[in-house]
Design a protein around this ligand. Structure first.
Ligand code: PA5
Length: 445
């Protein structure tokens, strides 16, 4: 198994029988999920996606990725939330957070439409000057303001560079199969389109074209990614006693009931930073409703031990940590001994740097356990596509099961609409006139 749960450090926080006591609730939640009898049941397509996906489209994704690799030095990925985080997280984890700066034979990838900040947009525009580029615009609804606005800008840039006709070779849209402004616009303009399935919500969509096209453009093996997820689909259908995914869901729930309000996802690898962001959206949007839910937060260690370490060790006892313990780095570094040893560091040397990182991890786990912070360990075999696909499915299923155990709908996000309503009203979108006056009065403008 590419990801396994290690509960070794939980003994002082969770009693011997407590995990077993959760079995009926978790098993019932998993049955609800599989039977499609729970809230949001129409959005369970991700559950079988690794084995039941559109193979023709998968081949088109690979072909489009090859085309972009051959006609572009830069790919601009336009999307936000679930239409953005998964692709970026996978690329940075599998390749590098320094992907764009490293020597490679695949295009640089920049992400826009995930904010409305003009400086950043200007900077990315400057990065395509004089370079061939393509655009992958991703929006399930096809109407989200942030990516729609960025696409308007980049569509014009592509047309200015390649002409209306040439744009068809440089613009790829991932959206609903039939509905929405983006689908209509793409059909009118003749862009190749890819589908976000109806039954897969944004934050569960990384293994659809939403994530797969950019991930393939970066040169990652999307067959192996899907195979990893397929293996997880099989493994995490097992009964509770043999199912680490269900046990993880149970542990989160036990700790939450014992007063922990925060789960901090931790990895000792900066390449995991965007995976942390993906996890935060997955769990935050799925569980954070009806005044319930663990607050998902994250750290990269040892980096953040020098900023957050004090709080974790001795601050408010709000949290537990879930450590993604990556067993093997992509590339190790041998630390040579130094004859003079002027810095006194020879005790660290004559071994690989990953050993030092591991000792930092082991020491921190013990210190944080003693500090009253439960440590849940997810052991991940390596940094391959297969293991990542496995981990993605592990988290998605754990999230859905956790949500049902918590008694919320894990597949909706009604709270996200509030800011949109206010923003549209303040910007004078037709139909929001009344709300505008009320909001302006509150703002005193
Ligand atoms: O998980 C979600 O549903 C959201 O994060 C969406 O993915 C995000 O709001 C973007 O929506 P869309 O893909 O419709 O542009």
């Amino acid at each position: 198994m590419a990801v396994t749960l290690n509960t070794k450090y939980l003994g002082s926080f969770i009693g011997k029988d407590e995990l077993g006591a959760m079995e009926p609730a978790v098993t019932a939640a998993a049955k609800t999920l599989h039977d499609g009898t729970g809230l949001g049941a129409d959005f369970r397509g991700w559950l079988t996606l690794p084995t039941d996906y559109d193979k023709d489209e998968f081949a088109r994704i690979k072909a489009a990725a090859k085309k972009i690799q051959s006609n572009s030095e830069v790919l601009i990925v336009i999307g936000i939330g679930g239409s953005y985080l998964g692709a970026r997280a996978a690329i940075e984890f599998l390749k590098s957070p320094l992907y764009n700066s490293l020597k490679k034979d695949t295009p640089d990838i920049y992400y826009v439409g995930n904010c409305i900040e003009p400086t950043y947009l200007n900077e990315v525009i400057s990065l395509v000057e004089g370079r061939d580029f393509s655009v992958n615009v991703i929006s399930k609804s096809g109407t989200t303001t942030e990516p729609a606005l960025a696409f308007r800008v980049f569509k014009r840039l592509v047309e200015e560079r390649y002409g209306k006709d040439g744009a068809k070779d440089h613009i790829f849209a991932t959206t609903d199969k039939a509905r929405g402004t983006l689908k209509e616009l793409s059909d009118t303009e003749g862009y190749e389109t890819f589908v976000v399935p109806d039954d897969v919500g944004g934050r569960f969509s990384v293994l659809t074209a939403v994530g797969l096209l950019p991930i393939a453009v970066a040169g990652c093996d999307i067959d192996a990614l899907m195979q990893g997820a397929a293996d997880a689909q099989r493994d995490f259908a097992a009964p509770f006693a043999e199912n680490d995914c269900y046990k993880y869901a149970a542990i989160r729930n036990i700790l939450n009931r014992k007063g922990k309000q925060v789960e901090m996802l931790v990895a000792y690898d900066p390449a995991f930073a965007l995976m942390n962001e993906w996890y935060k959206q997955l769990f935050g949007e799925s569980e954070g409703k009806d005044n319930k839910g663990l607050l998902p937060t994250s750290c990269i260690f040892s980096t953040d031990l020098h900023s957050m370490g004090q709080f974790i060790q001795q601050g408010s006892r709000l949290m537990f940590e879930t450590i993604v313990d990556i067993k093997k780095p992509k590339k190790d570094f041998f630390l040579e001994k130094d004859e003079a040893n002027l810095d006194g560091l020879n005790f660290l040397c004559g071994q690989n740097m990953s050993v030092v990182n591991r000792k930092a991890q082991e020491g921190t786990i013990l210190a944080h356990t003693e500090g009253g912070v439960p440590q849940v360990i997810l052991e991940m075999a390596d940094c391959t596509e297969h293991s990542l696909g496995y981990l993605i499915y592990f988290f998605e299923k754990a999230c859905a099961v956790s949500g049902y155990v918590l008694g919320v709908c894990p597949f909706d996000q009604p709270g996200v609409e509030s800011y949109k309503r206010n923003m549209f009203a303040l910007l004078g979108k037709p139909g929001y006139e009344e709300a505008k006056a009320g909001l302006e009065a509150k703002l005193g403008i």
